[in-house]
Design a protein around this ligand. Sequence first.
Ligand code: ADP
Ligand code: TRP
Length: 322
Amino acid sequence: MTKEIILSGIQPTGKLHIGNYLGALKNFVELQKANDCYFFIADYHSITENYDSKTKPQQVIELAKDFLAAGLTPKKSVIFVQSHIPEHLELAWIFSCLVPISYLERMTQYKDKAARQKENINAGLFTYPVLQAADILIYKTTSVPVGQDQDQHLELTREIVRLFNNRFGQTFILPKTLHTPSPKIMSLLEPSKKMSKSLGEAHCLYLDDKPEIIRQKLAKAVTDTGDGKSQGAKNLLDLVEIFSPKKTFAKFSRDAKTGTLKYSELKQRLAEDIIQYFADFRQKKSQISDEQVKKILAIGTKQAKKIAEKTLAEVRKKIGIS
Ligand code: ADP
Ligand code: TRP
């Protein structure tokens, strides 16, 4: 079996919640065991949305600590910051001279974000998926683990591969999208929406929430009268299935079937199991210093840069710019 080249990025826009962990990071940790992996912090993507330049550097460090505390290791993965490899931007420019504007106008994430920040519809927000294609293709990636919300961006990346190869000869292969087995994790307070940091603190369980905060947030989660049929109840049962022992899940599922589910009992049990599940993560994260993070990122930069430079030299030659 040939080894896959796996790549994914997360934007440094705040603390990670259990949706980010189950939908993305947990899977990264598994994938690094048997593949060539690149995981990066997409800081240039994150400045397309309203942000604070004073807190951005610390957000990058915090996300790197999340990566490491969750189990990503520089021994198995190349871990780096996007802006440390400016070759991504150069390749993005080249791609932007190939992609018809009409392809970008179709992107639903662009439309959603533009509607959210009407006062700041910048050109970067529009060309965001072209930079994402460059992130992926510069390492000749074969598979990209992301949540469903990224499918359209991956499809555009494959369009760019076709456009480039048709015009300049076989250079890139078509990268596949890898979805996680985890279900979409829903908000605690509005369970019809996906858990997202844009909904606000109380909707999310963050990986570094203190035990008493986890208990409080779960206590307030929206449920029903005891039959487990509402979306909120289903979401909590899904979490029990992921975080609690099998027999706990079996008990609460039985209770739901007979309409006797006591949510206070389920929430207390689930809170303790989630606290336990992330105890090791919290402990590890608290022990990683900013200095250690910077050293690890510097190693990643060196490794990533070598490959990025090589791809870019090949591309420049093919497109007639040398
Ligand atoms: P958010 O919506 O909180 O801003 P991001 O867009 O930064 O999250 O997502 C980072 C990664 O986490 C992506 O790969 C995304 O698909 C995944 N992800 C985000 N929210 C969820 C969720 N509720 N359930 C599963 N995966 C998620
Ligand atoms: N757009 C992705 C998100 O919002 C982040 C990202 C940027 C990414 N570049 C990437 C993901 C390349 C996978 C591959 O979650």
